[in-house]
Write a protein that binds this ligand. Sequence first.
Ligand SMILES: *Cc1c(COP(=O)(O)O)cnc(C)c1O
Length: 423
Amino acid sequence: MPDTLANLRCATAQLWINPQRLASAAAVNLGEQPLALRTADMHAAQDRLARFAPLLAQLFPELVASHGQIESALIPVPAMQQALGLPLASGRLWVKADHSLPVAGSIKARGGFHEVLEWAEQLALQHGGLMADGDYRTLTSDDARAWFARHQVAVGSTGNLGMAIGVMAAALGFRAVVHMSTDAKAWKKDRLRQHGVAVIEHTGDYEQAVAQGRQLAHADPTCHFVDDERSVSLFVGYSAAALHLQKQLQDQGMAVDAQHPLLVYLPCGVGGAPSGIAWGLHQVLGEHVHCFFAEPVQSPCFLVQMMAAPGSHPSVYDYGLTNQTQADGLAIPRASLLAAKAMRSILAGVFTVQDPRLFDHLALLHASEGMRIEPSAAAGFSGPLHLRNHALASAGANHVVWTTGGLLVPDAQFQGFLQQATG
Ligand SMILES: *Cc1c(COP(=O)(O)O)cnc(C)c1O
């Protein structure tokens, strides 16, 4: 523990193994107030996304081919495995390609879309424009849109959450407002404005943008604020990814058992997305899935929270860190307490990554597999390297790196990322 803290303070990349992890996923809620989440909530989220799929296929041309389903492929990446120098004796490397999720271009499509759709569904049922088992495409009617236009959806974001929430809310006819921190990328703000989303810029970091957005929204009863630090709807929206991954593993003939552990590496910001997915994976796959979160060395808010005394809620600034990183999706100073509680006895560990490594791995993935990801999404690739000498990394193991964003990155930006690789 003292070594972990020393490494943390001097921004040295490291792997931390969670000493509170319990072998059995059934024991998830021990020791703390029970988490008010049930497996049924994950299935309900999946069912909700399915109900909306025909409407989404109508609203977004890029979803016609998938009939409105928003999912990503599970892809073997042997060339990347070789480029990383990861021996086959330590398992096989895969990418879960959320960098290609349509419309939002990031993992935020999962939780973010779910929350906007849940609220739209609730409003429409109240208003009478929708029957519970009806055709959701009626929500494109003038009447439904006029009703939505009297309501607002707001969110605080470093970029990608705002993109998901803003684009979906605007497509349904809501007024959409995204509160952004100064570190948010200009192209993300521009793109949102092109979609008719109001972007409000706040001086200060992400946490301040969220706090100000939350305050403004609470003063307005027609406004729904998507609260990245506390939202259960986001969390269960993310968790539904587990059901799809379970099916993909079956389709690929990949077992998950003691001889075939599944190691999953998830980039972590506030913690909602990776925790929702890790929680879901434990519900459906059990104890032989091992989830590791990846954080920048300057923004290890989840690691800090997992090591903190019960009842405390420290920020990375408390450890003398800057929260400055090119991984803008991960530049969060303080973790979600909901996510931390959900992960207390489930999470396998957390590792930290220096920014130059992000660009190296981003460039390596592009050169070896032709995939285009953003810096935040590259954080997971350090994971298998940290674990390669661990007992879990046996020949039967599968390592899944969750690549969380990239589709919408403009070409000029991407070329800039490649140039930052040290080769
Ligand atoms: C938001 C985001 C994450 C992490 O999600 P959190 O819920 O903030 O932990 C990871 N990668 C990318 C690209 C993101 O946009």
